[in-house]
Design a protein around this ligand. Sequence first.
Ligand SMILES: [Zn+2]
Length: 333
Amino acid sequence: MHTDAVAAGGRGRPAGFLTLAGRPTGIGVLGWSFDALKVVIATPGGRVLAEHAHVVDKNELRIDTAAELLGTVAGQAGYHTTDLACVVLGVPAPYQRGVGAPARRDGFGFAPWLQTDPAAALAAATGIRALLENDANLGALGEYVFGAGRDRHSLIYVKLAEHSVGAGLVINGWLHRGVTGFAGEIAHLQIDDDGPLCACGGRGCLIHRIGPGLLDAAQHAYDQPLTYPRMLAMAADGDTGMARLLHDLGRSVGRPLADACTMLNPEVIVVDGAAGTAGRHIIAGIAEMIDRFAAPPAAAAVTVVPGEAQTDADILGAVALARHEIDLSEIVR
Ligand SMILES: [Zn+2]
């Protein structure tokens, strides 16, 4: 995890936050991804004071449970929940403030828990201001403010987790969420004309190339049961087949990113650092497609790099969001 010292080199205002009796302002972060909830108390500089990982239902997050966990972890850091400046909840789905998930239509089957915006319920359950944000958007902010994208003009962040793929766009100095919060949902870019139907209502979406789809592509070639972490470890150790699979995954993501480079002209593409050293194969696949398909001036202007935040980009992004939206200098507890 990055420290305040690292943050001092980044954007924003890393120093000078008001503290009371030597205690820094605390920011509560709930990072929800698939079936895990990371509960973190962090400083405005991105330093983690206490953290806990909790297994949750992948289809629904109970707000009362989340609030209870936040209180427990806050206590470990020496805070009451109401001492915190705010709580930021990262959600693994597109999200629009005041609405929830973007407008649904018949057959649009994801994120039923997000049909109404849960921000008010979270604020009521915790007694503090609650901000919600898409998890890939938080990753983008984390890298932009604290990590590989700091001091860069613009970036596209690619989140690649075991069960999800997404992107966050930082343009003109801040997040571009789109009119309904759907910007960056590269999971639902169509890449297979005759691929399987998707919960989004489309067909052949990129999401079906990861998770079980990625494991299925490899399992028949190996005797031992494969897991995603095992695949990454094998690729990092030089397993040729696994390296090719990840390179091809990078190509699948890279082809639409090449068009995004032509349209948006970003300075850097930051690939989720959670893939570790195996991420170099994914990055190579993305770079290959950008070199091949992006307009040459846009391809020449962009670099593809691994994230610096490893598994904590979303947590750092939540801190960045809190710093951006709340005047922490007025927080006196
Ligand atoms: Zn889809």
